[in-house]
Ligand binder design. Sequence first.
Ligand code: DGJ
Length: 715
Amino acid sequence: MKKLIFLLVVLAMKAVAQDSNTISITTSNAALIFKVGNNKRIYQSYFGSKLSNAAYPDKRIEAYVSGGMDFEFEPAIAVAHIDGNPSLELLYQRHKVENHSDGSVETDIFLKDMVYQTAVTLHFLSFPEQDVIKSWVSIQNNEKKEILLNNYASAMLHFNADQYWLTQFHGDWAKEMRLQEHQLTSGIKIIDSKLGTRANKYQSQHFFLTTGSQPATEDAGELIAGTLAWTGNFKYLFEIDNKNLLHLSAGINNYASTYHLQSGETFTAPAFIFTYSNKGKGLASRNLHNWARKYAVLDGEQGRLTLLNNWEATGFKFDQQKLTSLFDDAKKLDVDLFLLDDGWFGEKYPRDNATTGLGDWKVDKKKLPDGISYLVKSATDKGIKFGIWIEPEMVNPKSELYEKHPDWVLKLPNRAENYQRNQLVLDLINPKVQDFVFKVVDDLFQQNPNLAFIKWDCNRTITNGYSPYLKNNQTHLYIEYTKAFYAILDRVRKKYPHVPIMLCSGGGGRADYGAMKYFTEFWPSDDTDGQERIYIQWGYSYFFPANTIAAHVTSWGKQSLKFRTDVAMMDKLGYDIDISHFSKEELLFSQQAINNYKRFSPIIFQGNLYRLASPYEGNRAVLMYSDQSKNKAILFAYNLSSRYREVFSPVRLQGLNPLKQYQIKEINLMPNVKSAIAGNNKTFTGEYLMNIGIEVSKTNQEPLTSVVLEITATN
Ligand code: DGJ
C-alpha cells in the first residue's frame, strides 16, 4: 500500500513538473500561454482564442524581455547594476496560481537573475467571465546597493500577423478622444504622455490593436483593447521587427524617470488591462464595461445622481441668493443634486476669477455670508442633495496658501515660475501637503455631514517639474506624484467610502482605471456642444461604461435642446444651464426627459452597449443599450451634418432575442410633436429588428436632429 502511495505521489509530482513548463492564463475565450525553455527563460508561446485541445506552439519569443542581453529590440525591462553591468537575465523559478473569491484568478510567475539576484515577478489577474486580463510586474532589488531601473514596463505582449492596425485616441482641451486609425509599419510607434497630472490631455492611454488585413469593425476582427491603470505618465511602445513580429510594451513612461531602487526594495508597476476579442470592437467594449462595473469603478454597479451644475450658467459670478434660486431650478427639473462649481472660496484673495484664491479653501463670505452649511441645509430642505467643486492639488500664487508655504509647490530652482491657468501644482509628494489636501476634503465633510457629491478638478499639467521635497531624487517626481495622489485618495475613501466623486481635469484630461477605483464618474470634456459630444462620448464608450461618463446639457452648440438632451442621455445625465431661459415647452420636455432617464438609466448603466452606426463613417451616429434579460432596450440616433434628403438605410439592432416581439416607441419628443418614425408604436420580432432593421431617422433626415426609441418585449 505504502509503495502504491509513493508511486502515485511520484507520478503526481511528475505531472506537476511537466505541467509547470506550461503556464496558461485563460479567460472564457482567450488564452495567453507561456512556456519555460530548457534554458529556464520564459517564452510567450501563444496569445489568442482559447483552443479546446490546448495544443499550443512550443515556444515563440521571450515573454518579458530584459535589456543588455541578446534581444535586438526595445526591452521591457532595463536595469543597471551598481558595478555598471547593464544587463539582466531572468530565469524561471516557480509560479503560483490562486483562485480569488471574487472570481478572478491570479497567476504569479517568479523570475530571477542568478548572478545579481534581481527578482522580477510577472503578475496576471484574469477575469474569466469578463474576458479581461490585468497584468503587471514587481521588481525586487536583492543587491547590497541601489540599482537603476531604466525601463520597467508593466507588461509585454508579442503578436505574429501579416498586418497590424492601431486605433488611438488623441486630442486637446475641448476636443478629447478623437479616434485615429492606421496601419503600423516596421520600427517603433510610441504613444505616451509626459504631462504628469493632466496626463491624457493630448494622448489617451486607451487603444485597440487589430491583427489582420484591416482594422477591426464593431462586429468583426481580431484585436485587443488595452489601457493602463495609472493616473500619470504612460508609454506604449509598438515595435515591428525584422520578422514582422510586433512587440508591445506598456507601462509608466520612463521619460525623466530613471528609478533608483534601493537594496531590499520592491518596485511595483501599475496594471496594464487588456481584453481580447475575435468579434470586433463592440465585444471588446462590452467586456471592459462588464469588468469595470464589477471590479474597477467605485460603486460601478450602483446608480448615479442626476444633477444641476452652475459652472456654465454663472461662472464665478454668483451669490447666496442666486444659488438658492438654482436649487429651485434643480427641484423644478427634478434632478437629484445641485453641484456648486468653482468660485465659492477665498478670504484674502476671493476667487472671483481664475487668477486668485486657489488653495484657500475658506468660504468667500462676501458671496456666501452664511457659508456652505447654509447652502447644504437649504438644498436639503428643498429636497435636493448638495455637492461641491474643489481643485485641491493646485494653488494660485495669489493665495494665502502660497504666501505661507512657497516651498509646497513644484517649481524649478533658479528658474521663473511657469503658470497654466495662473496656477502651480502642489508638491503632493511632501507628506505635509498630502495631509493638507486630505484635510480640504475631510473638513468639508466634517463641517457638512450632508454633503453628497464632490467634483475634483485638476487644471494643469506638470511642466518645469521639480519637487523641493524630493531634493536630489528628481527622477522619481512623476511616479511619486501619482502615488501620493493615490495615497490621499486611499485616505479619503477609507473615511468616506461611497460619496460620489467626479474626476475632472480641465475637461477630460484624467480618465483612467488607476483613478476610477476612487471615483464614480469622470468629466469627459468641457466641450458640451451636442455634435462634438457625440464624438467625444463615442470615443470614451469604447473603454468606459456609461455610468462613468458624465454628460451635461449646456448652452454650448447651436443644436436644439432636444438634440443636446438626447446626447447627454446616452451617458450619465446632468444639466449645466440656466433653465430660467427655457420656454414652457422646453421645461416640460426636460422634465419628461429626466423622468425617462430615471426609467432607463439602469439599462444605460448596466446593460449591453451596441454601437450601430459610427459618426466616423457617415453622417449619423446610432447606438443602443439592451438590458441583460433582453426585455428592454433604448436606442439613440443622431443625424449629424446630413445632406438634403440624405438616404439612410434601416439600422439592424443588436442584443435582442430573435424569438421575442418588441414594441417600438419614440420617446423624448417635444410637447405636441408627433413621432415621424415609420415603425413608431409598431411591433416587430427580434429576428426582424436584428436582420432587416428599422428606420431610425425622421423621413426628411434633417441635420442635427435626434431620435430616442424605447424598445420593449411584449412576450
Ligand atoms: C474646468 C472644468 O472642466 C470645468 O467644468 C469647471 O469646473 C472649471 N474647471 C472651473 O474652474
